[in-house]
Write a protein that binds this ligand. Structure first.
Ligand SMILES: [Zn+2]
Length: 130
């Protein structure tokens, strides 16, 4: 994507005009168009690209064909490269399932989202079907 074309300063200005920072979590929240799952989209060279993938390729490195960009912060609209990781699609899917389970358990037990660490351990050690 971006690395195959030239990203101009103007492109980056346009990009960051649509970003606001979340002072608490440090997320860079995309204010432009998002799909129904909350992933940001950005128009670049007459094409619509994923905002998080675009910024990852601009600021971190080029992605391989089989790589997804995973949000470590679990905020789909976040475009902070420090919160993004390049992973295989299989890993990303596993991570989504895992997170989904964790949230369900938290809701069922009425616990708050923290401490996640113990709960994560619990989830990992058991296979909980739903
Ligand atoms: Zn984030």
């Amino acid at each position: 994507m971006p690395n195959n074309h030239t990203v101009s300063l103007e492109d980056l200005r346009r990009f960051f005009a649509k970003v606001v920072q979340d002072p608490e979590k440090g997320c860079w929240l995309w204010q432009g168009y998002c799909d129904e799952k909350g992933y940001g989209q950005f128009r670049f060279k007459e094409k619509v690209v994923w905002a998080h993938r675009f910024i990852f390729e601009c600021l971190v490195r080029q992605l391989k064909d089989n790589e997804d960009v995973h949000h470590k912060c679990a905020v789909p609209g976040c475009v902070n490269p420090a919160h993004l990781d390049a992973v295989t699609p299989q890993y990303n899917r596993q991570e989504q399932i895992h997170r989904h389970r964790m949230i369900k358990i938290l809701l069922n037990t009425g616990q708050t989202l923290f401490p996640v660490e113990e709960i994560t351990q619990e989830v990992v050690s058991k296979e909980i079907p739903f």
